[in-house]
Design a protein around this ligand. Structure first.
Ligand code: FE2
Ligand code: FE2
Length: 316
């Protein structure tokens, strides 16, 4: 980690955007200080009416996931082996990354509030629960597992926001489509960064990276919002329904999981890693065989039927 920190500092301006010129939620939302606000809001809500039930559910789940950012930030500060020096690569990266990510929840939350489709109180209860419940993603405080996890997650959020963008467009809400599009491109940039950090670490410590990657995949990558619930339900109850809706819509599916794994294997040139120790060799071989195995399972998964009413969504 001491090796990678100066590199993170050096690359920060490449992977994160300057704040003064970066997009902000206000760029996309009706301006409530203007006289035209109410007309704009009317049109805004008209467009939101066309969104399918599942799409609204997925959008709310995505928003709650983004809003649990305090969990992700505090988890990343607890990683072992990093300097807690505020001017060091780790803390600087972490604060600037968090600051960019914070816009995602802000924008989506305001969209949903204005859309007129959502029972905001119920959604807010879920958000408070998710932050209070935290998460258990099996990475412990190990830095390699954390970088692998974030690489995977940023790719997953890129896919899901991108798909929501195109479904929103199909349902006639081009503004929402634009919003999810800009969020998706942030996620893509972040994914590039975390993948690059792992690539750098592979150069000096391939065996341990492979071992960490194998271990993560054996345990399966758990989504950060896996504890999601609604008022009066058990921890994790709502997450299952949220991911069913995402699978049904094709926003994020078991096939996507395999595609992300393939992409990571490819980007990190896992296949061509040589001169490894026995653990490293075994991990490499396990990883190379994994996508095909998972694909066979993924192809057998049937789309879950629509049978759940979220407390978050007003009946229309
Ligand atoms: Fe995000
Ligand atoms: Fe992200």
């Amino acid at each position: 980690m001491k090796y990678i920190e100066p590199y993170m500092l050096e690359k920060m301006n490449e992977y994160l955007k300057p704040i003064d010129t970066n997009w902000q939620p206000a760029d996309f939302l009706p301006d409530s200080s203007k006289d035209s606000f109410f007309d704009e809001l009317k049109e805004f809500q008209e467009n939101a009416k066309g969104l399918s039930y599942d799409l609204v559910a997925v959008l709310i789940g995505d928003t709650i996931t983004e809003e649990a950012l305090p969990t992700y930030e505090s988890w990343l500060t607890m990683v072992e082996g990093v300097s807690k020096d505020e001017d060091g690569g780790w803390m600087k990266w972490l604060r600037h990354w968090t600051a960019e990510e914070n816009r995602h929840g802000d924008l989506l939350n305001k969209y949903l509030y204005l859309s007129g489709r959502v029972d905001m109180r119920q959604m807010e209860i879920s958000t408070q629960y998710l932050i209070a419940d935290g998460f258990d993603i099996g990475t412990d405080r190990d830095p390699y597992r954390n970088f692998i996890y974030t690489s995977f997650q940023e790719l997953a959020t890129n896919i899901s926001h991108r798909r929501v963008a195109s479904l929103a467009k199909k349902d006639g809400d081009t503004l929402l489509s634009k919003m999810c599009g800009v969020i998706a491109s942030d996620e893509a940039r972040h994914a590039k960064a975390y993948k690059d950090f792992i690539s750098q670490i592979i150069k000096v410590d391939p065996n341990e990276v492979l071992f960490a990657f194998e271990d993560m995949m054996r345990k399966k990558i758990v989504m950060p919002a896996h504890f999601m619930r609604e008022a009066g339900t058990a921890i994790g109850h709502t997450f299952a329904h949220f991911s069913d809706a995402a699978q049904r819509l094709g926003v994020y599916t078991a096939i996507d999981y395999v595609d992300i794994l393939k992409q990571l294997i490819n980007d990190w040139n896992i296949e061509s890693l040589r001169e490894l120790n026995e653990t490293g060799e075994k991990a490499r071989d396990y990883l190379m065989r994994l996508p095909e195995r998972l694909l066979r399972i993924a192809e057998r998964i049937k789309d879950p039927r629509l049978d759940y009413k979220f407390s978050w969504i007003h009946a229309m």
